[in-house]
Write a protein that binds this ligand. Sequence first.
Ligand code: GLC
Length: 568
Amino acid sequence: MLERTSESLIHQPDPVDAPWWRSAVIYQIYPRSFADSNGDGVGDLPAVTDRLPYLTALGVDAIWLSPFYVSPMADAGYDVTDYRDIDPLFGTLADADAMIARAHELGLRVIVDLVPNHTSNHHVWFEAALAAAPGSPERERYVFRDGKGPDGSEPPNNWKSNFGGSAWQRVDDGQWYLHLFDYHQPDLNWQNPEVRAEFHDIIRYWLDRGVDGFRVDVAHGLVKREGLPDFNGVNHDFGPEGDRLPTNTSPFWDQDGVHEIYAGWRTILDEYTAADPTHERMMCAEAWVQPAERMALYVRDDEFQQAFNFPFLATHWYADALHDVIELSLRSNDSVGAPTTWVLSNHDVVRHASRLGLPQDLPRPNGIGAADPQPDEALGLRRARAATTLMLALPGGAYLYQGEELGLPDSTELPDEVRQDPTFRFTKGVELGRDGCRVPIPWVKDAPSFGFGPSAEAWLPQPAAYGAYAVDQQDGVPGSTLELYRTLLRIRRERRLGNGGMEWLTGFDDDAVVALVNVAGSGERTTVVANLGATPVELPAEAGSVLVASGPLTEEGRLPTDTTVWLG
Ligand code: GLC
């Protein structure tokens, strides 16, 4: 097939034989909230297996499951005690095997979560570390230090936990251990070869069970700066605005030493791929890193295949900002030959249907409560549909978060006493945390727990408004968000948009438009116009007819505000 290259393209199309992950749409399953088979109110793996056909009908290529490992659940499973087994809440290893096998039968790949920055404080290693003396090999697997001050009663440095409070916890004999997250999540010492060897083994264990790859938690955090110097900046110094400090100004994020760890993992993945080239294994970095040049280092060809594009997720609903972040992302990833991996929602942020309904110029909150300014539900949904329609036309891969295909908003009604995110506790309620985006999703309007499971139980209460978003209310309904996603994913696949090249389309009167052409390797052109302005815009007649739109056009065939269309 003819490969088209053009000067006007800011991004070239992929070759025809590009690996699957360059263009894959991967659906994030948050197991405790996807579907529940036994009625205990917590989602589980047998229910995932049951509902996989829903995902093939949606049209995704793969699933990523947030952690399902044995865990005391201090951070919803991101505190692991056994990386090689399933927590009974979610099922058994046999259930995991059955889920992987069924997914593969249906043509879906399976990505599992790997949590290498920290273990649970109930992991055997940590229990052994507590039982052993300061300076022992058991303590060397974690980051133990003596405290400051005459009696060592001050923490070793001033680092703050991401969930609030000090990043240090004192143990009975007076030493302190580091936890960048909850104190139930002690940080591992990645300078210790034993830690490295253990994770090589865990990676092989899951590859041997047949998984297609890993989403790597806190991939930018494993290595800490030598000497653990004090840090007076803000932990979450991240944003697309370009005026903030590089992430690695902080001594615990994005240190150069992380890269050799990932090169080691990539060697293992490549070994499995070489043994079975039809089954290419990959890994995706969760790394909240800026600037873009530093981020690109994670997706060099001997490291991660993918890294979440969080600057895109964090961009507010402004045409110029979206234009710039799209261009910068494509250029920086292209500089190392990597695809760009788009994402708008996940289990750590306010869902985009709610986020985009908030006043534009306020900082994005970590959770929305009943007493906070409420998102405009209709506006948020309209913009979310337009944002997704733009995202799914961009070259590269994309991640969807369960429920976004229903246009689901966050719950903003959770009473404080049901909140489970440790952030809420450690910030003493200053930050509400992430429970609002983690509420079990609705499947059937007129069923207990909206069809999440066979009983009325749900580990977080579902707002009454979720009924209207249930799958059964949208299935087969023209114009529903579910049908929009199905259509987008079908056309994206038919036109190979994920593997396309891209050029900007200019010449609109209104500068509140983001317009581009996705140019397939075959030369087929798909024009994409998103109108973020207040007035309807004229569509370019030569671009072809409407393939799909995030909402109805005006009677005159113009594109209304907060609407995206594909033409071809
Ligand atoms: C990642 C996860 C988040 C978790 C944290 C600590 O950011 O996505 O849910 O709380 O790491 O493991």
